[in-house]
Design a protein around this ligand. Structure first.
Ligand code: FAD
Length: 318
């Protein structure tokens, strides 16, 4: 079922969903099931699976020469989605990224998703490869999420890359895009970033999932700005509790967000890591209760392979 239908069927009740990473190459699907199993009691209507772009590794030859080889650490987003749908009978939402795909490969992946009965996709530009200082589009691929979105919208209208495909069935994907209450880090300002978000919605995006944030006033301001500018699609807050003191540095560095003073000071005052986790979970419980009060359609958790903090938060909230 489409995410927009899950939300409208809930009639104003806030839903719960979460995101996970596909397994590392060579690992079994069991690790994924171990993340999902503890969270199924809360009836998530959908589960997101991220996509990781390939990176480069260096292979040393007997001559001593180093060869640069493209390597995808977690290749199985589509297969993970299929396994989740088969086992749990919930909707799996694959993330589709521009980086690492030609348009042809993107189209083939979307056709596979349609065959699998997957109704939703979250379309993203994708992060830069670790070895690159900024995002470099794949030759023959899409450069921005809006280009990829346009591709999916075309397929939903029965328009494929090649004319001889025009008798193909239309796809019917419900399409999500990313939004940044605190601005995307490459954007010169919030206003410019917002204009590109509006462009994605005007092109046909059906829902927005936000980057994580720890200050609900930022989400509220973001939602208000969207509504004032005629962006009326559901805006799903992305959430992650702080669970280690190191994250006070790593989360702002990786995700370009602010940690509120009250939270950073509470963490600095902790005597040990166990206390840090308790503070992080307590903060997130309060944040979630407030978000429900604000009418957030879904509380969407970035589990990062660890279901336990999310489980405690959801127990504390609902
Ligand atoms: P875009 O919407 O393309 O925006 C990228 C930047 O370009 C922004 O600064 C924007 O303002 C600007 N911009 C947009 N359109 C244009 C244009 N036409 N001309 C000029 N500038 C433009 N990354 C992964 O690799 N895999 C994942 O699975 C993944 N999942 C994510 C899930 C969520 C909910 C979020 C919030 C992020 C996720 N990311 C993921 C990270 C995301 O790919 C990065 O933040 C990436 O840098 C931007 O992606 P985007 O889709 O927002 O890009």
């Amino acid at each position: 079922m489409k995410i927009t239908n899950h939300i409208s069927n809930a009639k104003g009740k806030t839903l719960f969903s979460f995101e996970l990473l596909p397994p590392i190459k060579g690992q079994s699907i069991q690790g994924i099931f171990n993340t999902i199993d503890p969270l199924m009691e809360f009836n998530p209507p959908f589960i997101d699976v991220t996509y990781l772009r390939e990176d480069y590794i260096y292979k040393q030859h007997p001559t001593g020469l180093l060869e640069k080889v493209a390597y995808r650490k977690r290749p199985s987003t589509v297969a993970t989605c299929a396994a989740i749908m088969n086992r749990y009978k919930v909707d799996a939402v694959p993330h589709l990224i521009c980086g690492g795909f030609t348009k042809e490969e993107t189209e083939n992946a979307l056709i596979d998703l349609q065959f699998l009965g997957i109704d939703n996709v979250l379309v993203l530009r994708g992060d830069a490869r670790k070895s690159d200082s900024s995002f470099i589009p794949t030759p023959g691929g899409h450069a921005f999420a809006s280009d990829l979105l346009g591709h999916v919208v075309n397929m939903n209208n029965g328009k494929y890359l090649h004319d001889h495909m025009d008798d193909m069935e239309k796809t019917d994907f419900c399409i999500g895009v990313a939004g940044y209450p605190e601005k995307h880090f490459e954007s010169p300002n919030l206003e410019t970033d917002f204009r590109y978000l509006k462009h994605k919605v005007d092109m046909g995006a059906n829902f927005i999932v936000t980057q994580m944030f720890f200050d609900n006033t930022k989400y509220k301001a973001f939602v208000n700005k969207c509504r004032e500018n005629d962006i009326n699609v559901p805006i799903i807050p992305g959430l992650k509790p702080i669970t280690t003191s190191k994250q006070l540095i790593s989360l702002p560095k990786i995700f370009h967000l602010d940690i509120p003073v009250a939270l950073s000071e509470a963490i600095h005052a902790c005597k040990n890591e166990k206390d840090v986790k308790e503070v992080g979970i307590e903060w997130m419980i309060n944040q979630c209760k407030e978000l429900i009060g604000m009418g957030a359609p879904v509380l969407h958790f970035y589990t990062m392979g660890n279901p336990e903090p999310t489980k405690r938060i959801i127990r504390g909230v609902f």
